[in-house]
Design a protein around this ligand. Structure first.
Ligand code: AMP
Length: 466
């Protein structure tokens, strides 16, 4: 056996080829046998089209079982899987294609798989070493050029096995899969846990609260971004009853508000398990399955992950471990800048650790506001604002200020009056931390993974003090 990730995954597929892998909305299912067969034929077709081990295969397509077959086929062929967000414009896509130089670009995996059905299956996965590349994931790139995080077969295998154990997955589980599959969350975190258990997935093309509520009674585990949970809570049809069959709700990719955690527990009795990860390392920390899931904390590093906070009590988080990527595709200088001499990756997330090792994230280093020479951690201000009556959620940014360099600006969802919010914040926060301007909005800009796009807010409110 080689270290090809596909060998590990397919080795756990159920013996019965009819055992369901994808349970579709119309009630039909696609079995694990069909998944493996589709992947093996697509791998053979890729080879026939000239894809060689190490070549990149780009997939830019809607979520479908055939997209998953194309992913597994790429692993089998020993090639490197490069998923692209379907929302990318033509100009953006061109950049990625020029950067990745793929041997094959798939935009219609359904057609590709139909063609592959006429091709004999690849007999066995191409042998790979643990440090051979399996995938390149382009980071969302809110500043500067988007970078391709290089993940190896060994990186992905180590993380999948650690998560499978940490979250207690078994063949009795049914995973509700409503995430996109161009991002590590839906592609690796969710699917690998199901594959390693040979467990079925209730397969939804996208998150839609009514469809999820309908599907929940058939599932045991759901993985989501925080907005999935707030949208479920906003639907009165989401009840304790709907969630009663569930074993576990997991959240990540963006911070879960403590109020969402509390409301979810009050409604369903379930304490959402929050974990923290990124494209460059897949999952880094998780709250425990057994033991205390503390709202606002992202839990403990996974076994094998070393995590430290640079410089003082609160600082930039650095990590080292088996799932940490080897660098950015064709960016050796950028890669060198983001690793320490002793091999830790500088995540760019600011956080702290309790004496017992529990980790708390307070935001991205680049979102830090420096006002009058003082550091303001947006999360600290957001937590105070979120507690005020009438405020549902807030995002704190810095805007250019004639006296202070940057001034603290709060963009909030809710009802209220600017002066009153500022006055209430001043009761709890030092003057330099309290917002100097407050803007009320109906919605915060978010990307598909539910992350608030602070770069857009900074642009939008750049004139707040002029
Ligand atoms: P991406 O590479 O697109 O998955 O983005 C990774 C970033 O998402 C991390 O560096 C964090 O800033 C953020 N993130 C992921 N999970 C969490 C979490 N549970 N709490 C706070 N931030 C998170």
């Amino acid at each position: 056996m080689s270290d090809n990730l596909y060998e590990l995954l397919s080795g756990r597929f159920p013996a019965d080829p009819q055992a369901p892998c994808f349970i579709l909305r119309d009630g039909t299912s696609i079995g694990y046998g069909a998944l493996a067969d589709g992947a093996a034929r697509a791998a053979a077709l890729m080879a026939r089209r000239g894809v060689k081990p190490g070549d990149r295969v780009v997939l830019k397509a809607e979520k479908s079982p055939q997209s998953v077959m194309a992913y597994l086929a790429t692993l089998m062929a020993g090639a490197v899987f490069v998923p692209l967000n379907t929302a990318y414009t033509a100009a953006e896509t061109e950049y990625f294609l020029a950067d990745a130089e793929p041997a094959l670009v798939l935009t219609d995996p359904v057609v590709f798989l139909a063609e592959a059905a006429g091709v004999g299956p690849l007999a066995a996965p191409v042998p790979r070493a643990a440090d051979d590349l399996a995938s390149i994931i382009y980071t969302s790139g809110t500043t500067g050029r988007s970078k391709g995080a290089m993940l190896s077969h060994g990186n992905l295998a180590a993380n999948a096995l650690a998560l499978h154990a940490a979250w207690g997955f078994s063949s009795d589980d049914v995973l509700l899969h409503a995430l996109p599959i161009f991002h590590v969350h839906g592609l690796f975190v969710a699917m690998h846990c199901a594959f390693l258990s040979g467990a079925p997935m209730v397969w939804l093309d996208k998150f839609e609260d009514a469809a999820v509520i309908e599907a929940l009674p058939r599932a045991t585990v759901m993985m989501g971004v925080p907005t999935f949970y707030t949208r479920l809570l906003a639907n009165p049809a989401f009840t304790r009853e709907t969630a009663s069959h569930m074993r576990l709700f997991i959240s990540g990719s963006a911070p879960l508000l403590e109020s969402t955690f509390a409301e979810f527990e009050a409604r369903t009795g379930h304490r959402i398990l929050e974990r923290y990860g990124m494209s460059e390392a897949v999952i880094i920390t998780t709250n425990p399955l057994e033991g205390e899931r503390v709202p606002g904390s992202v839990g403990f590093p996974l076994p094998g992950v070393e995590l430290r906070v640079a410089g003082g009590e609160t600082g930039v988080i650095q990590i080292r471990g088996p799932s940490v990527f080897s660098g950015y595709w064709r960016m050796p200088e950028k890669t060198a800048e983001e690793f320490t001499k002793d091999g830790f990756f500088i995540t760019g997330d600011v956080g702290r650790r309790d004496p017992d090792g529990r980790v708390w994230i307070s935001g991205r280093a680049k979102d830090l506001v420096i006002s009058g020479g003082f550091n303001v951690y947006p999360k600290e201000v957001e937590m105070v604002l979120d507690e005020l009556p009438g405020i549902v959620e807030s995002a704190v940014i810095g805007a250019p200020h004639p006296d202070f360099g940057e001034g603290v600006v709060a963009v909030v969802i809710g009802q209220g009056e600017e002066g009153a919010v500022i006055a209430s914040a001043r009761e709890k926060l030092a003057a330099f931390k309290a917002p100097k301007r407050v803007f009320f909005v109906d919605e915060l800009p978010r990307n598909t993974m539910g992350k608030v796009q602070k770069n857009l807010l900074r642009e939008r409110y750049a004139d707040a003090f002029s």
